[in-house]
Design a protein around this ligand. Structure first.
Ligand code: AMP
Length: 650
């Protein structure tokens, strides 16, 4: 069995094989995708967040978030508590158990969606509950007492709570939803979110990117808001929550939303603002002697109190100039200026991410038409000021930054219900997708940041005579060698009719649908033999890993390029050696002894060169061999034609 071969180049049929490189990249958009037959049914929009989740729907033509029974908050803390009596509690009541019963209280489950324990390495300490490490590459499980839960099951419990909430509000059953996910979520994480919906009894009609939903909430791109100066608009969505930061650059044209780039930091948010305040107070008001005699529990309790007070100070300073409070009988204070000095470096980190996103989208800050603020931490005046300064314009912050994504999801649900026909959504793939070719090279078929849905294909051939089977291994990543990328799956195209090397035409198509699910199809065009897979990775990938993969690809660009160059030269040499030997055998009668000896000597020189680590040496011998054998190949061709024409009238 052989891996997929790149087209062969040889002295005899360069033209034919070169023409096997067919590249296509079409973007197909199906306006009707997901549209309902019964538009009167309410489809809800759900923001399934790391810290809080919300459910929204269209009420009298306007999106609204649904409040809890107490009528106070639209936020449902994304926290699940397993009580001693077997009861499952979700939301505010579960949040209260975070301090008293952390082992049975699960938070931040979104961070675990579609991930393996290996993905979490370095962050194990983040979770106060038990994340199971049985096989580092399988999906994580969470142990609560004697039961094991998957992140999908836990997310389903949160979704069920939201379903109950909206059904209470509407007085009717709800079965269809749109759920938002971060733009960087990979196929596996999106699929996990869909599965959670299904488990909660919801038919998830569409997974929508959070920044896209936020833009929709502001009516950006809708027919009622004509495009800025009559052209496409570019939008930056700055999302700073409690624990994560995301920046997305969108382009909206003719009602089409397209994510141009994404960037961010999965461990940066308002919680870090709280932490720097705590550190500042500890340094200013306390010494290590204050804690030397206190036990572990007391220290924990104090830590919890001071953290809550720091959060209160932060929130107060969003409108006040000074905060004054008391903890353990000690007065503490913080001025707006002190706070801004403390969080300055953290805010700067978000701006650096913005610059990276702009660079990826090939834009400058001035090229952004509108900036949308999302997430509770964008209430901090310094954040608003810094972001406005970077983009040189006022930001959109009139809607509640906690609700904006859910409101947009409700609008998207309304679009799918067939009530707003002018809008459709387009997202991008965060990492390149491709297949392994000879020598372990990554051949990218759908590049990173390609618009989805998308369909791209390429043709390949074999490099060995009579090759019957072809293994197609699908990878995700930015490095040149597949060994540095992430394998998504593989399949074998079996039973290719025996043909000389270079003759089979194997068409490989990648189809990435609107939900980011990848279908890979291989077809041998001469025999119509076909095989396909739908990629459902057996384990997930973390955002950190994704960011690392990008960083790695940049840091190793030079060595990767050298390795790729050498492998490609070797592949070319090997193909040439095969076809050269064949050429000698087939044309024994028309070549002189001298010509055979020289060709053989050059082939041997190439065989030796291919063993060396210097691609330039290989290329030089290839050039020599081609130059010497080209007239011989022409002569061989003339003879073949003459033989074929013999006895025929012209
Ligand atoms: P999210 O994850 O989007 O719900 O954001 C939650 C974060 O927003 C937490 O860190 C909160 O402390 C923070 N937050 C909420 N309200 C305010 C406010 N008024 N000023 C500053 N930060 C806030």
């Amino acid at each position: 069995m052989y891996n997929v071969q790149r087209p062969i180049f040889n002295v005899q049929c360069t033209c034919e094989t070169t023409s096997l490189y067919i590249r296509m990249a079409t973007i197909s958009i199906n306006l009707k995708d997901g549209a309902l037959e019964r538009p009167q049914e309410v489809i809800v929009g759900i923001d399934l967040g790391t810290t809080n989740s919300l459910v929204a729907y269209m009420k009298d033509g306007q999106p609204v978030c649904v409040k809890g029974k107490d009528g106070k908050s639209t936020l449902v803390p994304s926290i699940v508590h397993f009580a001693g009596n077997g009861e499952v509690i979700v939301g505010d009541a579960a949040k209260e158990k975070l301090v008293t019963d952390p082992a049975n209280t699960i938070y931040s489950v979104k961070r675990l969606m579609g991930k393996s324990f290996k993905d979490l390495q370095g962050h194990e300490g983040f979770f106060g509950y038990q994340v199971i490490d049985d096989d580092t590459e399988s999906l994580v499980k969470i142990r609560v007492k004697d039961r094991f839960y998957t992140p999908v099951e836990l997310s389903a419990l949160i979704l069920k709570e939201l379903k109950t909430r909206i059904e209470g509000e509407l007085g009717a059953a709800v079965s269809k939803a749109v759920i938002t996910v971060p733009a960087y979520f990979n196929d596996n994480q999106r699929q996990a979110t869909r599965d959670a919906g299904k488990l909660a009894g919801l038919d998830v009609l569409r997974i929508v990117n959070e920044p896209t939903a936020a833009a929709l909430a502001y009516g950006i791109g809708s027919p009622s808001q004509p495009p800025h100066e009559g052209r496409a608009e570019t939008i930056a969505v700055y999302d700073l929550g409690g624990g994560t930061f995301d920046i997305s650059i969108l382009c909206i044209e003719n009602g089409i939303f397209e994510v141009l780039s994404t960037n961010g930091d999965t461990f940066l948010g308002g919680d870090d603002f709280d932490r720097v305040i705590v550190d500042f107070w500890l340094k200013k008001y306390y010494s290590s002697d204050d804690f030397s005699s206190s036990d572990e529990w007391k220290r924990k309790e104090f830590g919890q109190h001071i953290r809550l007070l720091a959060e209160a100070a932060k929130k107060a300073l969003s409108s006040a100039e000074v905060f004054e409070g008391e903890i353990d009988g000690r007065e503490v204070s913080l001025s707006r200026t002190e706070f801004e000095n403390l969080i300055g470096p953290l805010v700067q980190r978000t701006l650096d991410c913005c610059k990276n996103a702009l660079r990826d989208a090939k834009l400058t800050p001035a090229g952004i038409d509108k900036v949308v603020m999302v997430g509770g931490s964008t209430r901090v005046p310094l954040v608003i000021k810094a972001v406005s300064e970077l983009f040189q314009k006022p930001v959109f912050d009139s809607l509640d930054p906690d609700e904006v994504v859910a409101l947009g999801a409700a609008i998207q649900a309304d679009i799918l219900a067939g009530n707003q026909k002018d809008l459709l959504l387009l997202d991008v793939t965060p990492l390149s997708l491709g297949i392994e070719t000879v020598g372990g090279l990554m051949d990218v078929i759908i590049p990173r940041n390609s618009k989805i849905p998308t369909k791209a294909g390429r043709q390949y051939t074999t490099s060995v005579d009579g090759q019957k089977n072809l293994k197609i291994s699908v990878f995700q990543g930015e490095r040149d060698l597949v060994e540095h990328n992430r394998k998504l799956g593989e399949f074998i195209l079996r039973g290719i009719p025996p043909m000389p090397a270079g003759l089979p035409k194997i068409d490989i198509q990648f189809i990435l649908n609107a939900d980011g699910i990848l279908f890979v199809r291989a077809r041998e065009l001469r025999s119509n033999l076909e095989q396909h897979i739908e990629i459902r990775p057996t384990y997930g990938i973390s955002e950190e890993e994704m960011a690392l993969m990008l960083l790695d690809s940049i840091q190793n660009a030079q060595t990767d390029m050298q390795a790729r160059g050498l492998l490609e030269a070797r592949n070319e040499a090997n193909n040439l050696l095969l076809s050269g030997d064949k050429f000698l055998k087939q044309n024994e009668d028309i070549l002189s002894e001298q010509e055979k000896a020289t060709t053989n000597a050059l082939l041997n020189a190439l065989r030796e060169a291919a063993k060396r680590e210097d691609k330039d040496v290989i290329h030089r011998v290839i050039e020599e061999l081609n130059a010497y054998t080209a007239p011989l190949a022409h002569r061989a061709m003339d003879v073949t034609i003459r033989v074929a024409m013999r006895g025929k009238k012209v």
